[in-house]
Design a protein around this ligand. Structure first.
Ligand code: CAA
Length: 258
């Protein structure tokens, strides 16, 4: 019924759940996984009934990296001409808020995939790292950039140069993840956060995401200017009228996502 072989797609109200499903390979991210995740996520992104997308893996592995067996035989021209991994960038351009729910290994491309999401929730079993250097390569899905922005230069350098991993507690201290929860509560917590986000005004949530994301791309003055323009723009939404009216009337808002 689903057109996908390596992922599962489920809908729960206004939340969509994407589950990596290559258990025998610890969810290693081959090109098929990449194309399926990106296609599924972009389809959900176009759906006005979807307010938040959760991406998760298995208990043992969110994803143990890009597929080493698939990359092993490739040469420079193969990588360059196919622009290997470039489709992953499209995940970072979704307008719908995304949550990575990470349990177990999030290594190499797995860590990079988690960092492509907007909110990163970790189980206490989560293990993060960019161990590519141990294979004689470097991160290729943005890890050297996003990890550095998330945890700072010293820790990013250490992880990328030694390949050592960090556990969930260290990842939270370093600011890579927003919260750590017991493994058995991870999915429930991620879906609860997703539902909270999905019940907010969809266009306003999109603008909030766009504003935060701009902080990674520009100067403080430009970012504040960008935020101010979006702040003014939300006053063109019906949901601003509703949200503020509901507060004044002491009742919950009924957003129409317009
Ligand atoms: N690619 C392909 N296959 C992988 C894989 C990967 N990244 N990670 C695990 N697998 C496969 C294993 O080969 C094994 O397959 P077989 O049963 O056919 O032998 C299966 O998944 C189970 O793995 P292990 O037996 O190794 O499981 P373990 O519990 O003993 O170890 C692990 C778990 C420590 C995560 C180990 O699997 C491991 O080190 N994996 C590789 C981690 C890694 O180096 N990731 C970075 C990849 S490079 C990258 O991601 C580049 C980039 O920037 C995008």
């Amino acid at each position: 019924e689903t057109p996908y072989e390596t992922i599962l797609v489920e809908r729960k109200g206004r939340t969509a759940l994407l589950t990596l499903n290559r258990p025998k390979a610890l969810n290693a991210l081959n090109l098929q996984v990449m194309h399926e995740i990106v296609a599924a996520a972009e389809e959900l992104d176009r759906d006005p009934e979807v307010g938040c997308i959760v991406l998760t893996g298995s208990d043992k592995a969110f994803a143990a990296g890009a597929d080493i067996k698939e990359m092993h035989p490739q040469d420079y021209m193969d990588m360059y001409l196919s622009d290997w991994f470039s489709a992953w960038d499209r995940l970072g351009r979704l307008r719908t808020p995304t949550i990575a729910a990470v349990s177990g290994y999030a290594l190499g491309g797995g860590c990079e995939l988690a960092m492509l999401c907007d909110i990163l929730l970790a189980a206490d079993t989560a293990v993060f790292g960019q161990p590519e250097i141990k294979l004689g390569v470097i991160p290729g899905i943005g890890g050297s950039q996003r990890l550095t922005r998330a945890v700072g230069k010293a820790k990013a350098m250490e992880l990328c140069l030694t390949g050592r991993t960090m556990d969930a507690a260290e990842a939270e201290r370093a600011g890579l993840v927003s919260r750590v929860v017991p493994a058995e509560q991870l999915l429930g917590e991620a879906l609860a956060v997703a539902e909270t986000v999905a019940e907010m005004s969809r266009p306003v949530a999109m603008m909030a995401k766009e504003a935060v994301d701009r902080a990674f791309e520009t100067t403080l003055a430009e970012g504040v200017r960008f935020e101010r323009r979006l702040f003014h723009a939300v006053f063109a939404t019906a949901d601003q009228k509703e949200g503020m009216a509901a507060f004044v009337d002491k009742r919950p808002p009924a957003f129409t996502h317009r």
